[in-house]
Design a protein around this ligand. Structure first.
Ligand SMILES: [Fe+2]
Ligand SMILES: [Fe+2]
Length: 187
């Protein structure tokens, strides 16, 4: 089995948050790979994963406050419930078989990451995209006034040009006559 990884499909259109999500996947995978290591290595991998999860939530919430995201309260609630679930698994560590524990925690984190990013983090990604669009329209330069049409060229000049076109065989004799009549009618 290969461990789930961050892909471009999970981007929230914010490089800092994408980087933190990527790191969370890596830490979960490090824990998953440490299944046959000694207890100390596993302890460290668990600690790193739990600490980084906590720090990511704190960073993300501060970031959502900064951008004035309306769904902050609900988003915080989701983070709390994920963190409670992580805590519940970690609490079982002492009593559970190490292999079962490592698998359970690493897979749980990777799965909630995908689910939470796709369902909830994408909501603020949409908000960021809308804000950017609004800013771009607000700062767009005013549309240029439509240039007035140039006045029709002087009829004598138009006749001269028409004759030149006929002499260069760019128009037929019939076309020359028709257009000449049109110009003369405007005099
Ligand atoms: Fe989140
Ligand atoms: Fe997140």
């Amino acid at each position: 089995m290969s461990f789930p990884r961050w892909t471009n499909a999970l981007t929230v259109f914010h490089p800092g948050m994408d980087e933190q999500h990527r790191k969370l996947f890596s830490l979960a995978e490090i824990l998953w790979l440490s299944v046959n290591e000694d207890g100390e290595m596993i302890d460290r991998a668990v600690q790193d994963l739990v600490d980084y999860t906590y720090s990511h939530f704190a960073h993300e919430e501060a970031f959502l406050v900064n951008i004035g995201y309306g769904g902050l309260v609900e988003h915080k609630r989701k983070h709390e419930s994920i963190f409670r679930a992580v805590d519940t698994i970690v609490d079982k560590y002492a009593t559970e078989d190490r292999k079962v524990f490592v698998n359970e925690l690493s897979i749980f984190v990777a799965e909630w990451l995908v689910r939470h990013i796709v369902a909830e983090d994408m909501e603020y990604a949409r908000f960021i995209a809308q804000q950017r669009m609004r800013r771009a329209t607000d700062t767009a330069p005013p549309s240029q006034p439509i240039a007035p049409r140039p006045p029709p060229a002087d009829p004598i000049e138009r006749l001269r040009r028409l004759k030149a076109a006929f002499e260069e065989e760019l128009i037929s004799a019939d076309e020359f006559d028709t257009r000449k009549q049109e110009i003369l009618a405007q005099l």
